[in-house]
Design a protein around this ligand. Structure first.
Ligand code: AMP
Length: 226
């Protein structure tokens, strides 16, 4: 099963990706993770990518596209893959499409977690980390996981914020890329939707409402995937 996963920063995409990976037993390939691994290992790729990532810009397509196409040839991808964070713009979508066609590989499913820009931003800024356990969910903007006063709703521990979650400029920069319907990620999503319409519903488009809590979104996603 070959799957693309889309959703803005703040939509809970990471959690849903882990669920899809588990369901189909396929590798979860995240562009951001590959870049961060390369940066921490100090590879040439990491050095080149870092300057762009630090500025909140996309790493150039000339670096990113070949890296991902190579990754999809990995042994672990024989039964399929879940791509997350790629394609992020229209050029990447077209190149992926061409490469898959050239190799005779079908794209099976495109998942889009739909979330309004303002809500996505609030969710990022509303995240609170429990000093006792990072996995304790707390968010001042999500009713289902609202903290208990200023304490963790699970254990009563103190809460803090992640500095990058509070950087509005950085959030806006990333969302500018995601919500751009001309050349950005939304343009990539629309590219696959048009392809699906031309091609009798292939790839299958699965649109998920990202507004409910993470658990409800997971439930709906699994139901839709069947
Ligand atoms: P992420 O962890 O997905 O938020 O990605 C972290 C950073 O890696 C992004 O802000 C970009 O600088 C870079 N990056 C991730 N995916 C891509 C992509 N498909 N194309 C270009 N740059 C990317």
């Amino acid at each position: 099963m070959n799957i693309l996963l889309f959703g803005p920063n703040g939509s809970g995409k990471g959690t849903q990706g882990a669920i899809v990976k588990e369901k189909y037993q396929i590798p979860h390939i995240e562009t951001g993770v590959i870049f961060r691994d390369n940066i921490s290992k100090g590879t040439d790729l990491g050095k080149k990518a870092k300057e762009y990532i630090d500025r909140g810009e996309l790493v150039p397509d000339t670096i990113t596209i070949p890296m991902i196409l190579e990754r999809l040839k990995g042994d672990d991808c024989r039964n399929g893959w879940l791509l997350d964070g790629f394609p992020r713009n229209l050029t990447q979508a077209r190149e992926l499409d061409n490469a898959l066609k050239a190799e005779g590989i079908d794209l099976d499913i495109v998942i889009e977690i739909i979330l309004d820009r303002e809500i996505a931003k609030k969710r990022i800024m509303g995240r609170r980390l429990c000093v006792n356990d990072n996995n304790h969910p707390n968010n001042v903007y999500i009713d289902a996981i609202r903290p208990n006063g200023d304490k963790c709703r699970i254990c009563g521990g103190d809460l803090k914020t992640r500095s990058d979650d509070q950087d509005e400029d950085a959030i806006d920069k990333r969302h500018n890329i995601y919500y751009d319907t001309e050349n950005g990620t939304m343009a990539a999503i629309n590219h696959f939707k048009a392809l699906s319409r031309q091609n009798n519903g292939s790839p299958r488009i699965v649109e998920i409402d990202g507004r409910p809590g993470v658990k409800e979104v997971s439930r709906e996603l699994l139901q839709e995937l069947g």
